[in-house]
Design a protein around this ligand. Structure first.
Ligand code: CP3
Length: 363
């Protein structure tokens, strides 16, 4: 990592050779040859790091997302420690929803909890459009980070309409998404109105991050796997497509991720994306056949494998790199987020192993 100290220097770096736009991560997203397979971990910012727990002690989650210096430090921690190929902004998928006027909190050990769950049209109307001023702390954090990161790309992100809607309708995390589906099937007009509002908030939130200098964006539709392909296409895909195609002119790669999405991979690839995230259930070569030959893939080590003895981890990393060769671009990652009980040293070893096994001589 270089130590550019001004935003201007780092942003100039986006266009020059050697800057973040020419990094192994962005090259792999664009299906261009890269010197090694890039690797980063979903939920790398926080979770397993003792230095994260220390700095977050006594700062509630949502408040920590609104302090640009703290966001910068937490985002940089895994880059320094593990040498990953990309940083992911420390924030949360519910941050823009709170900025849009919804009363919610992130409860430690539980996740997002919404004070008044969405039930009727009046609840949907409470979701206001957002501008940069509503999330100025995110704009500021991204600018600080881009200056600090130099050649290392920063990934911006947002939650997709379905996953956000699930939190808003259920009022919190849900195993079955029963209330969400009841609304979706029972009142499709209200459902589409809700998702359309969330799509606008999400698009604005991602635009703020792109304008502040992120090098790629990831749309997290973590819970989309709860739906059949037909229902996904009917009730969800148009809204996620609105978000992702709305960024077509942004000039940064777009990643689309969900869990349990084996049956949805093809559809998720149609939403206007460069990369499809794959969980551990589908081997990357099989995923590539479903997604098609014109998209990169990201994944897909089972986060639980990191809790196993090292020879098991190593064998799985080798298998995934091998299967990833079937795709025109591969970004190594987990199939879902880092588990809090993961030994951070194992993450560091995985990064080194991926780099070593995938090193390619310069063209
Ligand atoms: O490292 C990163 O990936 C960047 C930060 C990040 C967080 N949340 C920080 C966070 C990202 C990308 C997210 C996205 C997010 N948030 C998703 C999509 C990704 C996924 O894992 O599927 C979802 C579904 C959420 C909602 C959410 N926020 C949940 C389910 C939880 C977990 C509750 C818990 O304590 O386990 C959160 C809280 C949260 N978001 C934490 C972090 C680091 C833990 C809170 C803490 O440290 O106190």
């Amino acid at each position: 990592m270089t130590t550019d100290t001004t935003g201007t220097a780092a942003r100039d770096g986006q266009s020059r050779r050697g800057g973040p736009a020419d990094s192994p991560f962005v090259r792999a997203c664009r299906r261009e040859p890269a010197p090694h397979t890039p690797v980063w971990f979903m939920r790398q910012a926080g979770r397993s790091l003792p230095e994260y727990r220390e700095i977050r002690a006594n700062v509630p989650m949502l408040e920590s997302c609104r302090r640009p210096e703290l966001v910068t430090e937490i985002t940089l921690q895994p880059v320094r420690r593990h040498g990953v190929d990309a940083a992911i902004l420390f924030s949360d998928i519910v941050v823009p929803v709170a900025a849009a006027g919804i009363d919610l909190d992130i409860v430690a050990g539980t996740g997002p909890v919404v004070a008044e769950p969405v039930r009727a049209a009046g609840d949907v109307e409470r979701i206001r459009p957002i501008t940069r001023d509503d999330v100025s702390y995110v704009d500021e954090a991204v600018r600080l980070l881009v200056a600090e990161l130099g050649d290392t790309p920063l990934i911006g992100f947002a939650g997709a309409p379905f996953t956000l809607a699930s939190y808003l309708v259920e009022g919190g995390p849900s195993r079955t998404h029963a209330k969400t589906k009841a609304l979706m099937y029972g009142d499709p007009d209200l459902w589409h109105a809700l998702c359309a509002r969330l799509a606008e908030v999400t698009l604005s939130f991602l635009r703020v991050q792109v304008e502040a200098g992120v090098s790629a964006v990831q749309l997290f539709d973590s819970w989309a796997g709860a739906l059949s392909e037909a229902d996904y296409r009917r009730y969800v895909l148009p809204h996620s497509t609105h978000v992702l195609t709305g960024l077509a002119d942004a000039g940064v790669p777009r990643i689309h991720f969900g869990v349990g999405t084996a049956e949805l991979l093809g559809a998720m690839g149609e939403a206007g994306v460069d990369v499809v995230g794959v969980d551990w259930r589908t081997p990357l070569d099989v995923a590539t056949r479903r997604i098609g030959p014109d998209k990169a893939v990201q994944g897909n080590l089972d986060p639980c494998v990191l809790l196993a003895p090292w020879p098991v981890v190593e064998a799985e990393v080798r298998r995934i790199l091998e299967e990833g060769r079937a795709a025109p671009g591969h970004v190594f990652n987990l199939g879902h987020g880092v588990l809090p009980e993961t030994d951070p040293d194992v993450l560091t070893r995985v990064v080194a192993l991926v780099h070593e096994l995938s090193a390619r001589p310069a063209e």
